[in-house]
Design a binder for this molecule. Structure first.
Ligand code: WTA
Length: 632
């Protein structure tokens, strides 16, 4: 840890959207009114009758209001003065690149919304989007929101099984995908993965396939079911009136990992989510009309939803979309992109920063990154060394850094410095956003210096429920403490009230900023015919934050071998995706268990880290510890 404090520069403060801490007082004095003022930045077809209704644990915001997300991202900019401004700057991994102005994006979204309508998609129908980072993904999302069809975006790095589970959970009617996508010069066969997934997805009536790869990729088009994007959009009207949606109509479902093997379909509704994302994008990223803003997240994650698509487009900001990997063709790809487009605001994950550190600052010398004026991080705690490196080598010591804490469930940033107001300290996300009531509490719910992170009052962009599983919503977030939202993170609060996030307290891993459920990996491993039982833990990793280690008990007659290790890795890659692949797999005859049969993962963590073994009094058979120690 470091106590070094960084104040925003005079120059930054002078031009900042928010330069006075009085915004906190205003928000504290009347939180509902503060959120109403933020909601007023959007265009409503009909204004709300009531700001917030809180029937714990169920919140509604802007009740009676009518609004449309795509209208707010597009029509009002087109009708205003931004029609010819770039909405999207796209760079494909192979080097192709183009821009879409707000006018062009508006036209494409209207056309695609009409395509969806022509396939009988109506308000409330779910649409799954499984695509690489290309503008069609944004067009698809906004077209769904235009007609009131909730989208469910599935990360393109997930495999068939993960895709079919998500489709079946919400019974999507349509799947939108591409022939493939580029990653490190290789083709990711998205349509092929989708075909496999669809063997078990009876709800899907049609698949719309955008051509990304073209001739290099064979695509099996199933007659009557599969349709090409370019055919469907060729002769269709470019006029499509936006649906007047209720503020509480569902905007999207996004799946995230939890403590059980089944991912949770986090539900976000329209008015509150748009309010949260537009407000935070404007204030935390200090949105300016001439910004070229780049958030490197994939649209398959919440960061991509809120800060690649909705936040920036709501504020009429130019958003950069890059399809591929930071090290392709060389490890300088990101710096090339920043220089080429004159990126002004850059938002990425600590794991990426640690990777850049490993690659060395010399790579940066060739590039002029002086257009950058503000930097952000998200997804995991940032270690002070990485923060200082980011500040020095990317920010040239002049850019404020906003370390932003939030979650899929919170919809928008919850803890962050305001770049023109809050002194920053490397390693802490600092203080809650105006209007957000966050605290650190002990087991009994009393404020503590170290303990559980909770949110004490509802906020507009909060999740409304888990799709089709209200009980899980209640159990996961609202049963540990009465009327406090339990975030699943452990945190510390220092004497300045700054919050230091320490990590998850539930069975969720954070690998390179990606949330992965321990139970998901364990159940993928258990599907291998040789596996009797598996236990998975996270181990501290210098670059990824955490890496996955698996302890596997084999069935009788099977023996551990390198071949089996690679089969086990493969089964995880096929079941979930490469992001969940265990780095280490240990074979063992037994797992440490309590007398009631619960696996004691804590002991496995102690053993692998070489630390003193914690309390073992509840362990059924203590000899297992010595056996395991000899293996790790
Ligand atoms: C972690 C990503 C420390 C945290 C937006 C949280 C962070 C989980 C930070 C949510 C941060 C996110 N500092 N930890 N700035 N941001 N996290 O749902 O554990 O993919 O609960 O949302 O990431 O991950 P999710």
């Amino acid at each position: 840890m470091t106590d070094q404090k960084f104040n925003p520069s005079q120059k930054f403060v002078q031009n900042a959207n928010i330069s006075s801490s009085s915004i906190y007082n205003e928000a504290n004095a009347d939180t509902d009114q503060f959120w109403a003022s933020q909601a007023e930045r959007l265009t409503w077809f009909k204004k709300w009758d009531q700001i917030c209704q809180w029937n714990p644990p169920f919140a509604k915001w802007f009740l009676g209001g009518q609004i449309n997300a795509s209208y707010n991202c597009l029509d009002r900019h087109v009708k205003g003065s931004k029609g010819d401004k770039n909405a999207i700057i796209f760079e494909g991994e192979p080097g192709d690149s183009y821009t879409l102005t707000f006018n062009q994006l508006y036209t494409e979204v209207c056309k695609f919304a009409n395509v969806l309508k022509s396939l009988n998609v109506t308000k409330g129908d779910r649409v799954t989007i499984y695509m690489p980072m290309i503008p069609e993904a944004v067009i698809a999302m906004l077209a769904c929101s235009r007609i009131g069809a909730p989208h469910s975006v599935v990360f393109g790095g997930f495999n068939s099984e993960a895709l079919s589970n998500r489709i079946n959970d919400n019974n999507s009617k349509i799947l939108i995908t591409t022939d493939g996508g580029w990653r490190r010069g290789k083709i990711i066969p998205l349509k092929k993965n989708a075909d496999k997934a669809l063997e078990n997805c009876p709800s899907i009536k049609n698949v719309i396939v955008a051509k990304r790869i073209g001739d290099k990729m064979d695509c099996n088009m199933s007659k009557g079911r599969d349709l090409w994007w370019h055919d469907l959009t060729e002769d269709i009207s470019d006029q499509c009136l936006p649906e007047h949606l209720d503020s509480e109509d569902m905007l999207f479902i996004l799946y995230t990992s939890g403590t059980t093997g089944k991912p949770k379909g986090v539900v976000h509704t329209t008015g509150g989510y748009l309010t949260g994302t537009s407000s935070t994008h404007n204030i935390v990223f200090d949105a300016k009309d001439d910004d070229v803003y780049w958030c490197t997240a994939d649209i398959g994650w919440i960061t991509g939803h809120s800060y690649v698509v909705y936040g920036p487009l709501l504020n009429g900001t130019t958003t950069v979309i890059y399809e591929g990997s930071p090290d392709y063709p060389e490890k300088d790809r990101f710096w090339r992109i920043i220089e080429k487009y004159g990126v002004t605001v850059f938002y990425t994950a600590p794991t990426a920063i640690r990777t850049f550190m490993k690659w060395g600052a010399e790579r940066l010398l060739k590039y002029d990154l002086s257009t950058l004026r503000l930097l952000g991080t998200v997804g995991e705690p940032i270690n002070p060394e990485a923060w200082l490196w980011y500040h020095k080598h990317i920010g040239y010591e002049k850019c404020p850094i906003v370390d932003t804490w939030w979650q899929t469930e919170t919809g928008a940033i919850m803890i962050s410095p305001l770049p023109g107001v809050t002194p920053t300290v490397p390693g802490t996300a600092t203080i809650p956003y105006p209007g957000i009531s966050i605290d650190v509490v002990d087991e009994t719910g009393q404020p503590a210096d170290m303990g559980y992170l909770v949110i004490k009052k509802p906020w507009p962009s909060m999740l409304r429920t888990i799709f089709n599983d209200e009980q899980r919503y209640i159990d996961t977030y609202w049963s540990k403490f009465e009327n406090f939202y339990f975030a699943g993170d452990e945190a510390m609060k220092d004497s300045d009230g700054y919050i230091w996030i320490l990590g998850r307290v539930d069975d969720v891993l954070n690998v390179s900023g990606h949330r992965i459920g321990i139970a998901e990996v364990e159940s993928a491993l258990a599907r291998h015919p040789a596996v009797a039982e598996a236990a998975v833990i996270g181990r501290p990793h210098q670059v990824k934050g955490e890496s996955i280690a698996a302890f596997v008990v084999l069935k009788e007659k099977f023996e551990g071998s390198d071949v089996l290790i690679s089969e086990l890795r493969d089964i995880v890659i096929k079941g979930i995706g490469a992001l969940a692949k265990p780095d280490q797999i240990f074979f063992t005859d037994e797992l440490p268990k309590t007398r009631s049969g619960k696996i004691m993962r804590r002991l496995l963590r102690d053993i692998t880290s070489g630390q003193a073994i914690g309390d073992t009094t509840t362990l059924a058979d203590s000899s297992v510890i010595d056996t395991l120690k000899s293996k790790c």
